[in-house]
Every structure is written in C-alpha cells, then in structure tokens.
Design a protein around this ligand. Structure first.
Ligand code: AMP
Ligand code: TRP
Length: 329
C-alpha cells in the first residue's frame, strides 16, 4: 500500500474550503493508502494564536476529521507537538536550504511584501514542513495549490540529503486535486475562500449555524447570464458553486450542468443550499457525539504512539548519517 501524508494548521474556524480541499479528500484516500494525518500546531505558531482559541480550534479540527469520516483505527491521526522529533529534524533540514530558496516561497513573499513585521517562523516554516513529510517517507502529499511549492522544495531537500549522505528519504510527490483544490470566496469568486478573511459573508464555516450557511450559498455572487455552465474565466462565481456541488454529491460537473439546462441560478442555488445544509448537519451531529467524553484524547494518544517509533527511527538514521551520533544507540 502506498503511503500518504498531510498536515493542517489549527488556525481559525474550519471552512468549507478546508473541508472540500483538505478534509474530504483524505476520507476517500483512506481506502487506498496508508494515511498519516496530523494537526500542524507547531506551524500555527508562526502567527500569534490566542491560547484558548488555539485549544478550541485544535480540538475542533481533530473532531471534524473524524466527523467527516476519517477512521482513526486505520489512519495515523496525531498532533505534531506530540512527536518532538519533527522539530529536531526540521532544524537539520533548515541547515540544508538556502536563504534564497526560502525567500522564493510565495507564501513568505506575499507576507513580506505587505511590509509588516513578520516572525522568523514564517520564513523558516518550510523546513519544518519538510521534516513533517520526510520523517514518514510518504509517496504522496495531498495539498492545496498554495502548498505545492513547499512540497517541491521538500523534494529538492530530500534529493540533496540523499546525494550528500546516501539514500535516506523517499522523494515525495505533491498531489493537488483538480476539482476542489481551490474553493473561492462566495462574494468575491476570484479570491480563495479563507478563514483569515474578515468578511465572513463569502465564507462558510463547518460548525456555523446551518441556516446562515444556506443563506450564504443562496446569496453567492454570480454573473447575470443565468445559465448554469462551467467557465472559470468568465463565470467564476457559478463555476465555484458547480465545483462545490460536484464534490459534495460525487457527480461530474457535466452531469450537473445537464440537469440545469434551461433552469436558472435561483433553482440551482436553492438545491445547492440544501445539499450543503445536509452535509453540514451530518458532520455537526457526529461532531457532537465525539466531542463528549475522552474519546478525542484517546485517539490522539494512540496516534502519537503509532507515529513516534517511526519518527525516532528516522531521526536516528539521519543523525547517524550526518555524524551527529557518536555512540551506538
Ligand atoms: P489553511 O486554511 O490555509 O491553513 O489551509 C488548510 C488546508 O485547507 C490546506 O490544505 C489548504 O490548501 C486547504 N484549503 C484552504 N482553503 C481552501 C480553499 N478555499 N479551497 C480548497 N482548499 C483549501
Ligand atoms: N503548511 C501547511 C499549510 O499551511 C500545513 C502543513 C504543515 C503540511 N506540514 C505539512 C501540509 C506537511 C502537508 C505536509 O496548510
């Protein structure tokens, strides 16, 4: 079985974009791959997190993965901070990338261009991400478009390490979903739906009031053409809604377009609002069920216990090869 790994930061409330772009695909991958999923809480510290909110967001995120259908019995689901080896490997890998390479990462460049004071963590964070990945030798790393560049850097670092110290890491392949890789803001469909945006009218939160979310779908910005037809360039609003529809119903966009031939946006949006509402209801019910009692603590403990031995073994191998270790361990 091929191995797959991904991480998600517990920052802000989980959006429909996160759900469609990151959480839902994992649920379908778990039948085909050996999965490693972790909550990237070390990464979240690159910007200040209010402690109580961070705790709540972390817990919600784990619960939402499980509520969305991820099976902790089959998948290794853990908190990044529970496996200390990540930070240590991150240090070594950070010593193997140049300032130039890190400066070219668009996520850093965008932040730097804003001319605000930014923490060194934002600059260094790809090295920690490289460690998260290379630690477990995954074949594939499913990520959103915005993270692809980081996985490409990870490949370069793996190759550099392997050629310098002999074969140690599997060189991973980024996997960006074709549909759903980038769900757009409902009010501004040329911008990514994002939890960090202040205007929440264009953003659906998974744990939010369901009626509010349905209203957001119904009042999503679309063009005046009134024909349900996928054309990302000229009709970004309706195309975005079609993508959401397609993912949530497991139907092709073509098939959905056919269903709405001769019908207007109103009917399409009304149906989509119901589809989104039902999906949210199902997740929220399950969320309530698993967040009572100590179930989540047990899941995280078991996950860390599965991940830790692999991380220890890999770090020991790395340290041996680099000459850090001087005694037999
Ligand atoms: P973020 O919320 O930016 O930390 O992203 C967490 C994960 O969700 C990453 O894998 C993102 O690529 C994915 N993601 C975030 N926003 C969207 C979106 N609007 N559409 C699709 N995927 C998204
Ligand atoms: N950097 C990713 C994000 O911002 C989260 C992340 C951290 C990650 N480590 C990872 C994703 C390893 C994939 C693999 O969304």
């Amino acid at each position: 079985m091929k191995r797959m790994l991904s991480g998600i930061k517990p920052t802000g409330r989980v959006t429909l974009g996160n759900y469609i772009g990151a959480i839902k695909p994992f649920v379908s991958y778990q039948d085909e791959y050996e999965m490693f999923i972790f909550i990237a809480n070390l990464h979240s510290m690159t910007v200040y997190q209010e402690p109580a909110e961070l705790r709540k967001n972390t817990k919600d995120l784990i619960a939402l993965y499980i509520a969305a259908g991820l099976d902790p019995e089959r998948v290794t689901l853990f908190l990044q901070s529970d496996v200390l080896e990540h930070a240590q490997l991150g240090w070594y890998l950070g010593c193997m990338v140049s300032m130039g390479e890190l400066s070219r990462m668009t996520q850093y460049k965008d932040k730097a261009a804003k001319n605000e004071v930014i923490g060194a963590g934002i600059f260094n964070y790809p090295s920690l991400m490289n460690a998260d990945i290379l630690m477990y030798d995954p074949d594939f790393v499913p990520v959103g478009e915005d993270q692809k560049q980081h996985v490409e850097l990870c490949r370069d670092v793996a190759e550099k390490f392997n050629s310098r110290y002999s074969d140690t890491f599997k060189v991973p392949t980024p996997l960006v979903a074709k549909v759903g890789g980038r769900i757009m803001d409902l009010q501004n469909p040329t911008k990514k739906m994002s939890k960090s945006e202040e205007t929440s009218k264009g953003c659906i939160y998974i744990l939010d009031d369901i009626n509010i979310s349905k209203k957001k779908i119904k009042s999503a910005m679309t063009d005046s053409d009134n024909s349900v037809h996928f054309d990302k360039e000229n009709k970004p609003g309706i195309s975005n809604l079609l993508e959401i529809y397609s993912i949530l119903t497991n139907r092709t966009i073509k098939d959905i377009e056919q269903q709405y031939v001769g019908k207007g946006y109103g009917e399409f949006k009304g149906d989509l609002a119901e589809i989104v509402g039902e999906e949210l209801q199902r997740i929220q019910d399950k969320y309530k069920e698993i967040t009572t009692g100590s179930y989540l603590d047990e899941v995280l403990k078991a996950g860390a216990e599965k991940a830790r031995p692999l991380a220890r073994k890999k770090l020991a191998k790395v340290e041996r090869k680099m000459g850090i270790t001087i005694t037999k361990r």
